[in-house]
Ligand binder design. Structure first.
Ligand code: NCD
Ligand code: ZN
Length: 360
């Protein structure tokens, strides 16, 4: 018996733990209605704030719609101190006045550019960025960041090259026309994007998802077609994943956490035309910790997850903390979502890091 007690004490003493400033998620899909109510608590238990994407149906294109959506998000996380940061969905018809109103609202923190047809619910998106010049001018004046889904939609461009081509055809010319406009290059997936952000000045930031850090495109075809590893931008070659790992290991402030957690019902993913999107909100910070730990860069996690995002957006860093412990958890095969279910990233697998519950 004496021995048993000693072993328990030793186990407690040797549990590796990591306390960091509470992180934020700078790119998140919360959806609406019953799905929103199912998924939002996952984010609220880990993150203080999140940039909430506006690609609902219909899209959140006005300040009025954003206020109503904000209310629904707040209702879904009642009892937590989670703070949603809202965004507007840019269309060919967005007016400069809407941007003025968005800026005045104080709760809208960015305007999202979806090239029309690029991804889930992007059909109301922008057909040609030059149509938005008056809006971009106003955003530049207001200091309101443009959040870009950085892929061209030209059907003649290979799906795996769409991010690189976007840099040349859309991003660089837009930056030249609006030299002060702040831009977040969302969910970057290629060495080209890493190099581009590294070489750009501080007005360009980039979010990096945990799934693009964990997987190359092989994961979509492992023993068969794997719909739960399908997202947009699509997973890329291993050399691109390595470039993303080097970006987070560099500790450069241009790269920060954005999960792009994008829940879709299991049935809609496991279909002859499955939806794009990977759900990672259930264990996002634990999965990022696992990646940083695996490359021996755990000391860089806090700045990536908790400092560089607010610094870019000009917001205060959070003052509370969370604690992660190096103790294994097994991810469920699925979670209930509305009247269906969602298959999470790493479903059925075991990961080495766990968020300490009393800090959650
Ligand atoms: C996102 C979604 O489902 O809303 N899907 C995805 O694959 N990431 C949209 C997006 O961010 O492209
Ligand atoms: Zn997204």
């Amino acid at each position: 018996m004496r021995h048993t007690a000693w072993y328990i004490i030793q186990a407690i003493m040797t549990t590796e733990s990591l306390t960091i400033t509470r992180p934020d998620d700078w790119h998140l899909h919360l959806r609406d209605g019953d799905v929103l109510n199912s998924v939002a608590p996952f984010t609220a238990k880990q993150f203080q704030r999140a940039i909430v994407m506006p690609n609902l149906k219909p899209a959140v294109t006005t300040v009025k719609q954003a206020v109503d959506y904000l209310d629904r998000v707040l209702a879904a996380v009642e009892g937590s101190d989670f703070e949603p940061l809202m965004t507007l969905y840019l269309t060919d018809n967005t007016s400069a006045d809407e941007i003025v109103a968005a800026h005045k609202s104080c709760f809208i923190k960015g305007v999202k550019l979806y090239p029309a047809g690029a991804t889930t619910n992007s059909d109301e998106g922008v057909t040609d960025i030059r149509r938005c010049d008056a809006v971009l001018e106003e955003m530049q004046r207001a200091g309101l960041p443009l959040l870009v889904h950085g892929e061209v939609t030209d059907g003649s461009v290979d799906v795996f090259d769409r991010e690189k081509v976007f840099i040349d055809r859309v991003l660089i010319p837009t930056m030249e026309r609006f030299p002060e406009l702040k831009i977040v290059f969302e969910h970057i997936t290629t060495a080209d994007a890493v190099d581009f952000v590294t070489e750009s000045g501080p007005r360009i930031g980039a979010t990096i998802t945990v799934h693009h850090l964990m997987y190359s495109r092989n994961a979509m075809f492992e023993g068969g077609i794997r719909p739960h590893h399908y997202c947009l931008p699509v997973l890329k070659r291993e050399r691109h994943r390595q470039a993303l790992l080097r970006a987070i290991a560099s500790g450069k402030p241009g790269f920060f956490l954005g999960t792009d957690s994008a829940p879709h019902d299991k049935k809609l993913k496991e279909s002859s035309c499955g939806c794009a999107g990977i759900f990672s909100a259930h264990a996002a910070i634990e999965l990022y910790a696992t990646v940083f730990d695996a490359i021996g860069e755990l000391d860089k996690l806090e700045a990536f997850a908790s400092f560089y995002g607010p610094d870019f957006y000009g917001l205060p860093r959070n003052s509370s903390t969370i604690t992660l412990e190096k103790s294994e958890q097994t991810i469920p095969e699925s979670y209930p979502m509305a009247d269906g279910s969602v298959v999470p990233l790493m479903a059925g697998k075991t990961i080495p890091w766990t968020l300490k519950p009393d800090n959650a």
